[in-house]
Design a binder for this molecule. Structure first.
Ligand SMILES: CC(C)(COP(=O)(O)OP(=O)(O)OC[C@H]1O[C@@H](n2cnc3c(N)ncnc32)[C@H](O)[C@@H]1OP(=O)(O)O)[C@@H](O)C(=O)NCCC(=O)NCCS
Length: 169
């Protein structure tokens, strides 16, 4: 199975914030952004694996900046690391100034997808070869995030979270 770069799974979705997608402060509703990120990340994982993919977990979401009604929002997703059957997808969310076109980072998130066969059974995926310094940083930290996610889900024991232990000892 041929390894792929994060660039090969890059998925960009740009859309407006409409009135029905906002909260009482006229900012984008968090659940709407989660859905947009899930869609972009799912396409990205599908491009990497060329398989059916399912969301296994949402590992991290930071709603750092409110996104006002009428904003142009761009969601950019790339597979940052692949393991045996799972893929970490890193999502960056940008807004765009109407006049200057300048982009501002609004939010980011990290999702885990699993490639499955037609019966829903996990199936192996290609490895990731990071290219840029940022892609390398995200790749290097992905195992730690995977262990944290599995630990929080009760799927591994604390003693098996080797990367987390290495942070503290
Ligand atoms: C995701 C799913 C396929 C995992 O199945 P499973 O029987 O737990 O399979 P495994 O234990 O072999 O795990 C498969 C991979 O997922 C990873 N994984 C499972 N749960 C995870 C979690 N909470 N966080 C991070 N990774 C996780 C495992 O580490 C493994 O990765 P690897 O093969 O790359 O090492 C299964 O739980 C599922 O189908 N869930 C429903 C998915 C869905 O419907 N999503 C949409 C939500 S509405």
């Amino acid at each position: 199975m041929k390894a792929k770069t994060p660039e090969q799974s890059k998925t960009i979705m740009t859309d407006l914030v409409l009135p029905s997608e906002t909260n009482p402060l006229n900012n984008l509703f968090g659940g709407e952004l989660l859905a947009r990120m899930d869609r972009a990340a799912s396409i990205s994982a599908r491009r990497h694996s060329r398989r059916i993919v399912v969301t296994a977990s949402v590992n991290h979401v930071a709603f750092n900046r409110a996104v006002p009604l009428g904003s142009v929002v761009t969601v950019e997703a790339k597979v940052s690391r692949a393991f045996k059957t799972s893929m970490e997808v890193y999502i960056d969310v940008w807004t765009e100034d109407r006049e200057s076109g300048e982009r501002t980072k609004a939010n980011e998130a990290i999702y885990t997808f699993v490639a499955v066969d037609e019966t829903g059974r996990p199936i192996t995926v290609p490895e990731v070869i990071p290219e840029s310094a940022l892609e390398q940083d995200r790749y290097d930290a992905a195992l730690r995030r995977k262990q944290l996610s599995l630990l929080l889900a009760g799927k591994i024991k604390p003693s098996d979270a080797t990367e987390l232990k290495a942070l503290f000892y």
